[in-house]
Design a protein around this ligand. Structure first.
Ligand SMILES: *Cc1c(COP(=O)(O)O)cnc(C)c1O
Length: 343
């Protein structure tokens, strides 16, 4: 049975064209700053995001952790969403690596409310830690791939600036957000002091993430990357794939269309046991309206060769990506119809 893998947009494999480009990439020792492919990728990423400089890292997690280390000093507090990736999925790195304390605020709608952030920022008091950083996430992973535009960023950016606190964006799927919001990525990140995005998600590269910011910020981030063991040598071989992925970022459009189609297929089988909870960018979140229903339904999907990600006892996540074909959606519809009929 052919498997249809909707667990994440990280499951894509490099195309033949991408492999060809990797095989012929110009390389050098990047710890000496001598890898031309990495240098080109870093320049291109900085240019696209309208920042002074950028840094190539092995993963989004490392890029976020390097950003935390670079912006803060131990003992400070970081204001971030209660279901943000940095808080939820990075193995407690902020406490463990940065000796930082998390101050979570609700990100229920995918973005942070300025009033909640303002309330969370510490004033002057002998008992208090200092607020060292504010983090946002766009698109928001655990909230179902929600994107938002500059109108949600600007009030937080102004607040951060007025308090002298740096603002970081976890933009693992930044280009999905920019495409969905129909805004230039550089404009979308203008209010942020630093930005992370992944090459290895919808963009389709096998490895790598970028961190962008000021010249000075990237200079110390480069040192913190070394601290975490992320100084690589002839990694131009993967940076070349990243650059190819970045230049072909218009593939994301098809992913969003496919996610819409998946949602339509499921909505077409009207049932109160399983419905589309949310569809945004390349994500479809399904709500299973029975106690523990998500486990049962994701198991049934799995048995039918449809791989998904169970998010809670009620929610299942489906993510579209460039390795899906038109035929996959047809097969998905057929298998889904059978599963829903059997519920
Ligand atoms: C995937 C993801 C990351 C981490 O990226 P990795 O490359 O998997 O370490 C960080 N933030 C968000 C929002 C993500 O979705």
């Amino acid at each position: 049975m052919k498997k249809i893998d909707l667990r994440s947009d990280t499951v894509t494999r490099p195309s033949n064209e991408m492999r060809q480009i990797m095989a012929t990439a110009d390389v050098g020792d990047d710890v000496y700053g001598e890898d031309p492919s990495i240098n080109e990728l870093e320049e291109r990423a900085a240019e696209l995001l309208n920042k002074e400089a950028a840094l190539f890292l092995p993963s989004g997690t490392m890029a976020n952790q390097v950003a935390l280390l670079t912006h803060t000093v131990p003992g400070q507090e970081v204001v971030l969403g209660d279901e943000s990736h940095i808080f939820y999925y990075e193995v407690g790195g902020l406490a463990r690596l940065g000796s930082l304390q998390a101050r979570t605020v609700s990100d229920e709608n995918g973005y942070l409310e300025p009033a909640a952030v303002e309330h969370a920022i510490r004033g002057e008091n002998i008992h208090y830690p200092e607020t060292g950083l504010i983090c946002m996430e766009n698109t928001h992973n655990r909230r179902g791939g929600i994107s938002y535009g500059t109108d949600r960023v600007e009030p937080i950016a102004e607040l951060a600036k007025s308090k002298g606190i740096p603002l970081h964006l976890d933009g693992a799927r930044l280009f999905n957000a920019a495409y969905q919001e129909d805004v230039d990525p550089g404009d979308l990140v203008a209010g942020f002091d630093s930005v992370m995005f992944c090459l290895s998600k919808g963009l389709g590269a096998p490895v790598g993430s970028m961190l962008a910011g000021s010249e000075e910020f990237i200079k110390s981030a480069r040192k913190n990357r070394k601290l975490l063991g992320g100084g690589m040598r002839q990694a131009g071989i993967i940076a070349a794939a990243g650059l190819y992925a970045l230049e072909n970022r218009n593939v994301l459009k098809a992913d969003h269309e496919q996610a819409e189609e998946l949602a339509e297929i499921i909505e077409g089988f009207k049932t109160d046991k399983l419905e589309v909870f949310r569809q945004s960018t390349n994500f479809v979140m399904l709500a299973c309206n029975n106690q523990g229903g998500a486990e049962l339904i994701s198991q049934k999907l799995n048995d039918a060769g449809i791989l998904t990600n169970q998010f809670s006892d009620r929610l299942i996540r489906l993510v579209t990506h460039q390795d899906l074909t038109e035929g996959d959606l047809q097969v998905f519809a057929e298998r889904m119809e059978e599963i829903i009929a059997g519920l």
